[in-house]
Design a protein around this ligand. Sequence first.
Ligand SMILES: Cc1cc2nc3c(=O)[nH]c(=O)nc-3n(C[C@H](O)[C@H](O)[C@H](O)COP(=O)(O)OP(=O)(O)OC[C@H]3O[C@@H](n4cnc5c(N)ncnc54)[C@H](O)[C@@H]3O)c2cc1C
Length: 238
Amino acid sequence: MYDIVLWYYDDYCIESDKEKSVTFFSEMSIKFEQKLNLKKYNAYCIDSVCSKAWFPKNELELLTIYDKNPDKKKIIIGNGNNIILSKKYYEEEFIILNDCFNVIQIIENGMTAEAGATLQQLSGTALLNSLSGLEIFYDIPSSVGGAIVMNAGTKDGEIKDIVIKVRYLDLADMRVKEIAKEKIEFGYRNSFFQKHSNNIILKAWFNLRKGNQVDILKKMEQCKEKSLVRIEICHIPV
Ligand SMILES: Cc1cc2nc3c(=O)[nH]c(=O)nc-3n(C[C@H](O)[C@H](O)[C@H](O)COP(=O)(O)OP(=O)(O)OC[C@H]3O[C@@H](n4cnc5c(N)ncnc54)[C@H](O)[C@@H]3O)c2cc1C
């Protein structure tokens, strides 16, 4: 059992005294696969095997993976749409967030989402809860983490327009920190996280407004073929 300090920044990134300790679980309880072919985890379906792939299902499991194996280099995959696997075999361990690290919650002024949630899941959940602001992201293949790293968007808007703050693990000091939107240095397909890859995005807060489901769906349909929208939103859990 190990302890790690969680160090929270307030909304304006001023260091606060809200420190607390967390006790890790054993890494044995975390899902992993040895010698995994990553073909189905990258959009280009490249055949590439990694020594080990982890599938954390919550923040504590993700922190534990880093804590227990500090010397082993790790590569994060969100939804795998912006990575090219150039090697047949990777000695590095992969951490796959897609489909496991993806809890979405409704909050007073919008939504929170773990880094592995997809923008499709996010905008679908917003629709079901009559929340507007995510419509244009329905058609962008991305996880929340990947979208923040590169400030994903279209000519109609970018993820920076709705981010409130982001929680991340700083591997330099193994502390969990929160950074407000104003400090994320968002630019065209760029951000603080693009420039400082030693930080793992854990969770993001999004500012949304109440809207009309019909209008939200109409806007989503403009971004996506009608048939796909109708079929998929019916199956997205709230
Ligand atoms: C068909 C297609 C259409 C696209 N359309 C658009 C578009 O309209 N607009 C647009 O902006 N982009 C578009 N893209 C690009 C892609 O959707 C974005 O780059 C997307 O944000 C990538 O997210 P991902 O989760 O797939 O990232 P991944 O490919 O999984 O990862 C990309 C990088 O981010 C890092 N990363 C991922 N998650 C985290 C995390 N939690 N913490 C730290 N680092 C992390 C990875 O290590 C990697 O370096 C498109 C791509 C495809 C294939």
